[in-house]
Design a protein around this ligand. Structure first.
Ligand code: HDE
Length: 696
């Protein structure tokens, strides 16, 4: 990587400069111009290592403004983390429209083709704190800020197209239930505990999202391999004021892929930053994460024919019913200069929309329109956070809002009010070019009544489960067994099973069996009959993996005396197929068969096979025999096999496989069989799974 190679290239002279003058360079990068380190007031600092003392061993003096300023600033470095989605990874990039929606909207971002609009995208987990791991079972947030020429448009979505609840009123309860339990302060970043499942068991509308959250979607292999969904129905409004409903979808260019559960758990220990590192490395290496933007467009008349309410966020619109049209692509090609300034301080808000796009009456969306700005006022310390560079529009902006904490703009002029007559150049609203809300008719009495059209909580949950492939159904059922096995309170476990019976009897039975129940509790009686909707194969994941090694990483285990020709042949074929390749050995350096000395990318014990998508070993017999007695090597293969990965194992490696108790199957080939290995590495060996573990 660039950063480390830069460091190792540092000469003694540079190092000396690092110690004295480099801070000055950093200051310059940060925007300053002073050649040496200064205080915030610009006073050059003579010594940044020793505080001012009365005598060399005497008390420190209060007058030491350099020390005081440094410590004070440090004391205030932290800001509140996000109440949800605290852990995130962000990057800059651009969006480019490939198909115009000018028939439906006036928004230039959706009508002007081949224009590159800058974006900032942040992908996050939901439940864990900002220091939590990357791979828990969780929903992933997928937020994109488009810096359009008509102002900022934020599409703040998730990687799952539906949500747990129908009404914003329930959001604080949902989040309190999933977060660590307040009396004990754990578990962190996990839904497998009593309070979450207690809430879920009493919230039938959550069943559809529960199916998704228990599916492999919630344990992605990489942030580059997830979809994104705007979830709610939004409106597009055209020049005649006519509106069309729209749902937004992001489709990853390199396809969808997930981990297996045991792998996700082990990744949390092996590399808590697994997703962030993968994203960072992809961008540094120029293999930029990319998504297509798709839309489902439908009219009110079409919506009236749906068997569900399109304003209900616990429902999706099957692609078989309203097909997806791809209209553009997003490429993320620049890692932020500073994590805190950009990824941490970025403030997304679903209320940030541009003329030509509008909200729908989805009650979940309506609540969100309030929450984001509200929470950001305290998270970012006041009402001027839109002036932080990552949040500021890249088009001109002006208004009569003034003052407030951290005001950065020395706004000119005498008049900060409207109407006014003193300043002919002062800013004014424009009925012609300004934002207009869609002229939606409303009529009726105010009430706290939920529409009857929101009453069916089970049909789509059933549709989702039944649409999954056999392997995915088994994973989903096993995930439920795992989660519920962590729930200590029996009546909560049983209440969830009662819900599951109404979703799908066979699923409830599998979960009940997995938990060792002798009999199942009675099924919940739904308020409205559950419908057997047409299945939607588009909802599967495994079937939709792409036939590619792009974005995947292969580990090659080598040792002293390994055949360099075999290594090179495998490496170049993998390179050609688009995979990243890393060499591993017991030590960081090895001497290959031809006498060449190679510094490898990782040490075996510190680089478990969990971080790879397929593994190869090219070892001389004697070295392989030695490794058969090394736990790290045995675990390396046991995990790769257990996580259903392709293995290219040389003859000697079979000794290690034996020590790992592995009976080679069709997913284990010789390293000479490069073509076969590449084909196998593009997927997981699903047929191996039933031979390894009992799935529910
Ligand atoms: Fe959010 N959500 N949310 N949410 N949400 C926040 O805003 C909220 C919901 C989503 O990377 C918060 O700045 C309410 C659905 C993402 O910075 C907060 C409701 C979807 C992110 C908030 C929802 C999301 C957030 C916390 C129910 C998918 C991270 C920090 C009505 C469509 C954005 C912040 C980032 C963040 C409120 C439900 C997506 C508290 C009240 C549904 C991706 O304002």
């Amino acid at each position: 990587m660039k950063a480390s190679s830069k460091k190792s290239a540092s000469s003694p002279a540079n190092r000396a400069k690092d110690e004295v003058g480099n801070a000055g360079e950093l200051q310059q990068q940060a925007g300053g111009t002073h050649p040496v380190m200064t205080t915030q007031q610009g006073i050059a600092i003579s010594d940044n290592q020793n505080s001012l003392r009365a005598t060399p061993r005497g008390p420190t003096l209060l007058e030491d403004f350099v020390l005081r300023e440094k410590i004070t600033h440090f004391d205030h470095e932290r800001i509140p983390e996000r109440i949800v989605h605290a852990r995130g990874t962000g990057a800059h990039g651009y969006f480019e429209l490939t198909q115009s929606l000018s028939k439906y909207t006036t928004a230039r971002i959706l009508t002007e083709k081949n224009v590159q609009t800058p974006v900032f995208c942040r992908i996050s987990t939901v439940a864990g704190g900002s220091g939590s791991v990357d791979t828990p079972r969780d929903v992933r947030g997928f937020a994109v800020k488009f810096y359009t020429q008509e102002g900022n448009w934020d599409l703040v979505g998730n990687n799952i197209p539906v949500f747990f609840i129908q009404d914003a009123m329930k959001f604080p309860d949902l989040i309190h239930a999933v977060k660590m339990e307040p009396d004990r302060g754990f578990p962190q970043a996990a839904s497998a505990h009593d309070t979450f499942w207690d809430f879920i068991s009493l919230m039938p509308e959550s069943m559809h999202m529960v199916m998704w959250a228990m599916s492999d979607r919630a344990i992605p292999r990489s942030l580059r391999m997830i979809e994104g969904f705007g979830i709610h129905s939004f409106r597009l409004v055209n020049k005649d004021g006519e509106s069309t409903f729209v749902k937004f979808h992001w489709r990853p260019k390199i396809g969808l892929q997930s981990t297996v559960w045991d792998e996700a758990v082990k990744l949390a220990g092996a590399d808590p930053d697994f997703h962030r590192r993968d994203f960072f490395e992809a961008i540094q290496n120029g293999t930029f994460p990319e998504w297509e933007l798709g839309v489902q467009l439908f009219t009110q008349e079409q919506a009236d024919t749906f068997a569900f309410d399109h304003l209900d966020s616990t429902k999706l619109i099957p692609e078989e019913l309203v097909p997806l049209t791809i209209i553009g692509r997003m490429v993320l090609n620049r890692w932020p200069d500073n994590f805190f300034a950009e990824t941490e301080q970025v403030a997304f808000c679903p209320a940030n929309i541009v003329p030509g796009i509008d909200f729908s009456d989805d009650p979940l969306l309506q609540g969100r329109l309030f929450s984001y700005l509200d929470t950001q006022l305290s998270r970012l310390g006041g009402s001027n956070f839109a002036q932080i560079p990552v949040n500021a529009p890249k088009c001109p902006f002006q208004n009569t809002q003034r003052d407030g904490h951290m005001q950065m703009q020395p706004q000119k002029g005498r008049t900060a009010y409207e109407p006014q007559s003193l300043d002919p150049n002062a800013t004014r609203a424009s009925i012609k070019t300004g934002f207009h809300s869609a002229a939606v008719q409303t009529d009726g009495a105010k009430s706290r009544i939920r529409s009857e059209s929101f009453a069916d909580h089970y049909s789509q949950a059933r549709m989702f489960y039944r649409s999954q492939s056999e392997v995915e159904q088994a994973h989903l059922a096993s995930a439920l067994v795992f989660e519920l096995s962590k729930v200590e309170t029996e009546h909560v476990r049983l209440a969830v099973i009662s819900q599951l019976r109404t979703v799908d009897e066979s699923l409830a039975k599998r979960v009940g069996d997995g938990l060792g129940l002798k009999s199942l509790p009675a099924a919940v009686k739904p308020v409205v009959p559950v419908q057997d909707m047409a299945l939607s194969p588009a909802l599967r994941l495994i079937d939709r993996m792409k036939d590619t090694l792009e974005g995947r990483c292969i580990g090659i285990l080598v040792a002293d005396g390994s055949n360099n020709e075999s290594i090179n042949a495998m490496k170049s074929a993998l390179d050609k197929a688009g995979a990243a390749v890393k060499l591993l050995a017991q030590k960081r350096g090895v001497t290959l068969k031809d006498g060449s000395y190679v510094t490898v990318d990782g040490q075996l014990a510190g680089t478990p096979s969990i971080v790879f998508d397929g593994v190869v070993s090219i070892l001389p017999m004697a070295e392989a025999e030695k490794l058969a007695h090394e736990a790290a090597a045995v675990d390396w293969f046991r995990d790769a096999f257990g996580h259903l990965k392709a293995i290219a194992a040389c003859k000697g490696t079979h000794k290690i496989l034996e020590a790992a108790g592995i009976k080679p199957d069709a997913g284990v080939v010789a390293p000479e069989d490069i073509k076969a290995f590449i084909k196998l590495a593009k997927t997981r060996q699903w047929e191996r799974e039933p031979t390894l573990r009992t799935l529910a």
